[in-house]
Write a protein that binds this ligand. Structure first.
Ligand SMILES: CCCCCCCC/C=C\CCCCCCCC(=O)N[C@@H](Cc1ccccc1)C(=O)O
Ligand SMILES: [Zn+2]
Ligand SMILES: [Zn+2]
Length: 476
């Protein structure tokens, strides 16, 4: 693609009045104030989820009153928008986000998590990065385009999930099934998880954009040991608690194989090589020689370690009924995140070999493979659209690199509709911001949010290009 340019005949400039900029941030603050918390599969703040639906109606009236936009509520609370383009021959695409949030323990926060308070140029609160910023920015950009009489050439969908934080089975999964039943196939999808990363790599001063093109798989595995109960005054040599604890300790102490060789982080570091000074630049340019050294360094940091291997986190433990009773049963749940170069079956085999104790039973509660790797070549419309939009909206960012999402997003429910799943939040992220996601003091800068709106405003227009993606098969 020459210069990665895809211009349409008449472009609406991404310039907003002072009044519009104020309205934008106020709309986000209002969204943060609705405590749309997902606690578990069974437990969510359903009142807040419903209120959020009313709220978006109120702040984005044009979106809901435009003849070529169809709005549907799916799974009681999720929102599906179909925006009909003028040229049906262009394959549609989809913008995704979710408006449920994880709980916030108010006492730990500097600013009340559902206040949406603006302080020192930042909007504070749960969901400002994950992921009400995207929900609001998508609708806001569309609202602003519509008020400038925009009509897309390429159709697109917007899906806003209400249960991403508890697996997406009532929202994303149902919206995906509905679109599939309608015969929809998508050119690409854009969802959360990539960022413009700033300060994640020591000695790299420049920020770079990471578009995740795959995401890790997962297994929730319950391990259980049953033993005969009895009086604690004459204990057996081994108890269910002891056997299970030893098995868990083996799991924690035995890292899964290092997959640096076959992962995206290697590509990323090679792409970044010229940004480092001597000798790091030489090391990264010659990974054929320095790979063992580099991968050892990457293992020391929790985030880079998660990018190079399957991880095993011991997350729940339950055992014992009374202080003087030998426990009949001990159970623990392990949350495993699978590297894109491995599968559920392979990882389960490794786990069983590490535990190597027939008294430990395995119960797979939930499992899914990593997402296939989406294409990034010149014909990959989604990647090229994001790349082009990053270049125009963030001219100071001159590196765009593919990456892997170490968490899971709702996008995995849409693999039946497209081979192009791109995870990118057009927002700067520093290590302390990363820790605030699901942590404390989550916030977004007002200017960062306004730039996110501008990004989507431009992305939607860029996507009106005539280019047709060439069918591409996934490869691992
Ligand atoms: C050298 C390069 C450094 C790269 C740094 C990478 C920085 C990572 C950037 C962003 C990561 C943000 C992750 C947020 C997306 C994950 C969303 C999420 O939390 N989803 C849940 C879904 C879930 C899973 C299981 C049960 C319920 C919900 C999750 O993954 O836990
Ligand atoms: Zn999220
Ligand atoms: Zn989340």
């Amino acid at each position: 693609l020459k210069g990665r340019e895809f211009h349409r005949a008449s472009r609406i400039p991404s310039e907003f009045s002072e009044e519009e900029l104020v309205a934008m941030k106020e709309a986000l603050k209002g969204a943060i104030q609705i405590p749309t918390v997902s606690f578990s599969h069974e437990e969510s703040n359903f009142t807040a989820l419903a209120e959020f639906g009313e709220y978006i109606h109120k702040v984005f009236p044009t979106v809901f009153n435009t003849s070529f936009i169809q709005h549907e509520v799916v799974g009681n609370y999720s929102h599906l928008f179909t925006i009909q383009g003028s040229e049906p021959r262009l394959q549609p695409y989809m913008l995704m986000a979710h408006f449920d949030v994880v709980p916030a323990h108010e006492e730990d926060w500097e600013v009340a998590p559902f206040s949406g308070l603006e302080r020192d140029g930042f909007i504070h609160g749960r969901g400002t990065l994950d992921n009400k910023n995207s929900v609001m920015a998508i609708l806001q950009a569309l609202e602003l385009l519509l008020t400038r009489n925009y009509k897309p050439r390429r159709s697109f969908f917007i899906t806003l999930g209400h249960d991403e934080e508890v697996s997406g089975t009532n929202g994303a999964q149902k919206m995906s099934a509905l679109l599939q039943a309608r015969g929809v196939q998508l050119a690409f999808i854009v969802d959360e998880c990539g960022f413009i990363l700033d300060g994640f790599i020591p000695n790299l001063q420049k920020p770079f954009a990471m578009i995740s093109i795959s995401e890790k798989g997962a297994i929730d595995l319950m391990l259980q040991v049953n033993m005969t109960p009895g009086h604690s005054s004459a204990p057996p040599k081994e108890t269910s608690i002891g056997i299970l604890s030893a098995a868990l300790s083996r799991l924690e102490q035995t890292p899964m194989p290092n997959m640096f060789k076959s992962g995206m982080l290697k590509t990323m570091l090679q792409q970044l090589a010229s940004e480092f000074s001597f000798p790091t630049n030489i090391v990264l340019r010659n990974l054929w020689l320095f790979e063992p050294l580099v991968s050892r360094v990457l293992e020391r940091n929790d985030v880079t370690n998660a990018l190079i291997r399957t991880t095993t986190a011991l997350t729940m433990y339950n055992a014992g009924v009374k202080v003087n009773v030998i426990p009949p049963v001990a159970k623990a749940t392990v949350n495993i995140r699978i590297h894109p170069a491995q599968t559920v079956v392979e990882v389960l085999e490794l786990i069983k070999n590490i535990v190597a104790d027939d008294r430990v039973q395995f119960h797979v509660l939930r499992a899914f493979d990593p997402l296939p790797i989406s294409p990034i070549d010149d014909q990959a419309l989604g990647y090229q659209m994001l790349h082009q939009t990053i270049q125009s909206v963030f001219p100071e960012v001159n590196i765009v690199t593919p990456g892997t999402c170490i968490g899971n997003t709702d996008s995995r429910h849409y693999t039946n509709l497209t081979t192009g799943i791109y995870l990118f939040n057009p927002v700067y992220l520093q290590p302390q911001d990363f820790r605030s996601i699901h942590g404390i003091n989550e916030k977004i800068s007002v200017q960062g949010y306004q730039t996110q709106v501008k990004f989507i405003f431009e992305l939607i227009q860029n996507s009106d290009t005539d280019r047709k993606p060439v069918p591409h098969l996934h490869e691992l």
